[in-house]
Design a protein around this ligand. Structure first.
Ligand code: FPP
Length: 234
């Protein structure tokens, strides 16, 4: 589904914060803190680079397995990010969306996130989707449950199309990502946007996320523009 066929959607797996910190003899949380600074830079760069949708993997359903101190630290950073940046995001025309299930988050943090979504709902310059407690398989499972409920209520599943599934996902109404960037050198999708990246171009870099710059984003976009997207055709 596309709100606007001309819009550009960038998805990012922001990997390498821990290794960035380790290389400097710093605690992992300092890497995540530097990662937030990188995120701020890229959010500012997006409108300049012609990007309308930015979707970032901030916390996966698997990240709960990390030491509780790191999980607490990441949640703290998220709250801090909203407290410090919301006004600026609002002024800059950024709409915040959330992908994932906020239910397991601390109620005060979940409320703060929901408020930031509501406060920016009318903005259109850039849609910043934060994938929080997000997993692609879990998202598809939630969509399947919602569709099953509709079938039980009498709808005929035989009449459904791919768009009906897309509309039941957390990304409802957004175009699929055009480009997926993964920093940190690994070549994996890591349960991110599984349905949505069916035809997405992928670009990876060994740079750790805190080092990712607008210049490197420009390199990725240049590489993207040089590719021919055939969507299964010839
Ligand atoms: C991966 O690095 C990164 C994460 C698990 C979290 C990404 C989070 C941020 C950039 C900051 C928090 C986000 C917001 C929106 C405030 P890693 O720890 O897996 O790095 P490693 O692979 O080097 O260990």
């Amino acid at each position: 589904m596309r709100e606007n066929a001309e819009s550009f959607h960038l998805a990012v797996i922001m990997d390498g914060n821990g290794r960035w910190a380790k290389g400097r003899g710093l605690p992992r949380l300092m890497g995540h803190r530097a990662g937030v600074e990188a995120l701020k830079r890229i959010v500012e760069a997006c409108p300049r680079q012609g990007i309308d949708y930015l979707t970032v993997y901030a916390f996966s359903t698997e990240n709960w397995r990390r030491p509780s101190q790191e999980v607490r630290g990441l949640m703290g950073l998220l709250g801090e990010y909203i407290d410090r940046e919301l006004e600026r995001l609002r002024e800059n025309g950024v709409r915040i969306r959330v992908l994932g299930d906020l239910a397991p988050l601390a109620p005060a943090l979940a409320a703060k996130i929901r408020q930031s979504v509501a406060a920016t709902a009318a903005n259109r310059r850039l849609t910043l989707s934060l994938a929080l407690n997000y997993g692609g398989r879990q998202e598809i499972l939630r969509a399947a449950r919602a569709l099953a409920a509709r079938a039980l209520a009498g709808e005929d599943p035989a009449a459904w199309r791919e768009d009906d599934v897309a509309a039941a996902l957390d990304t409802a109404g957004m175009p699929d990502p055009d480009l997926l960037i993964r920093t940190g050198g690994d070549l994996r999708v890591s349960n991110f946007l599984l349905w949505q990246i069916a035809y997405t171009e992928i670009w990876t870099t060994a740079s750790f996320w805190p080092d990712f710059s607008e210049a490197e984003l420009g390199e990725a976009l240049l590489s993207f523009r040089g590719r021919q997207r055939r969507f299964g055709g010839v």
